[in-house]
Design a protein around this ligand. Sequence first.
Ligand code: FA5
Ligand code: MG
Length: 445
Amino acid sequence: MLSVATSTRLLLRRHRPLPLTVRIRNISRASSNEISILDQRYEVDGTTNITQSIIAKLPLRLHNQPAHPLGILRSKIESHFHDFAHLSSVHPVVTPAQNFDLLGFPPDHPGRSVTDSYYINKDCMLRTHTSAHEVETFATGQSKWLLTADVYRRDEIDSSHYPVFHQMEGARVFKTDKAGIEGVKADNQSLSRYLDQSNIVIEDIPHISPTNPAQPTHDPVHSELVALNLKLSINSLLLKLFGGGARDAPLQVRWIEAYFPFTSPSFEVEILYQGKWLEILGCGVVQQLTLDNAGKCLCYSLFFARPHPSLGIPDNIGWAFGLGLERIAMILFGIPDIRLFWSTDPRFLSQFSENKITAFKPYSKYPACFKDVSFWVPEGGLHENDFCDLVRDVVGDLAEDVKIVGGLWSRGFFSLTSTAIDRFLHSSQDRSQERVLPDKLPVDG
Ligand code: FA5
Ligand code: MG
């Protein structure tokens, strides 16, 4: 015989397949010949291939959110390079000249094609890398700077690639006069001393080689010193970022020869993570063309109100790197899928706080879904654990949390038999909350 009723809340994982991610060419047009991007209107033409889902990402700027993993990582790197200028609010729309030509990309480089990059029209595109801002930033006369931004590439869909990701560009230039070169040597000595005392294993390659040469206009001795300064600066950053986890096992870093049109020699850096080498950045000695273009202020009138007094960039030699923030954040925070960075789910965002690296705790990939269940309990009472066992039998691990939310209810309210609960829970797995829970459940007379 049944005597009293109780009410219990279940947090169920909804059992709905993820929607298929399909790229649909669905452009938001201000008029038939224009699109609106970040409150600016652009003419469209036969090159236009930017999509609505990409336009929606443009205002988000995750790297500027202090308690987002990308914002936390950005601050951590900025605090390592504390005496560098820190830039992070640069507009994502650039010209193909900024993204490619001024950096010496050949006319037939595949990155220029509409299959690889997002074009707004033939004259404007979304930057595909933060290097697009090298010339204009060098043109301000800054000799040490970091620039963080969102970048856009038409790319495959999987857990480590996303069409929007974040890069940080870092650069440093030195004067090629005697005092400038002595400064590089002194910095190299102090960085080497610091790294010699640490638990880091570095697989290095020559700073310059026949396949990775110094530039013809560079003194090879200067090029070697600057490449060494780049390597020491990056290795010390990696030690700062990953050193904590490398107390027992040493951090393993590998330098590899690479090619970029805008650096020579060029390198990529990989770190050993969970038994696999993972590429985290590209870098090299800046092509003199970039510094020459900065010196000529080719883009100057577009970006800055007045010339910087310390131009003269062609008398400098420097290095630059571009690192992928998501790749590093995935390792540091243990975030398994690049798409999670875009989550607005409080179960994701509430896990992180400013200036703290915390391990990500996985949660259901299905949205939370609450079900209130009321039923009569037997006269002798019903322990909460009896009900939990019943739930486990019916929905297994789909139930994340079960709580009693009501007390004892008066006779005559309504009842659900265990069979009814069984059917109720099963049917709830692929239906919306609204359809599953009727306003009034049948009253047991
Ligand atoms: C570049 O973008 C160069 N601009 C880097 C550079 C700067 C070289 C300055 C020399 C001097 P790359 O395409 O390899 O290079 O990208 C750099 C980093 O961005 C990669 O190492 C990786 O960490 C990250 N990255 C590249 N593609 C993706 C992607 N689809 N999703 C997430 N991260 C990516
Ligand atoms: Mg690469």
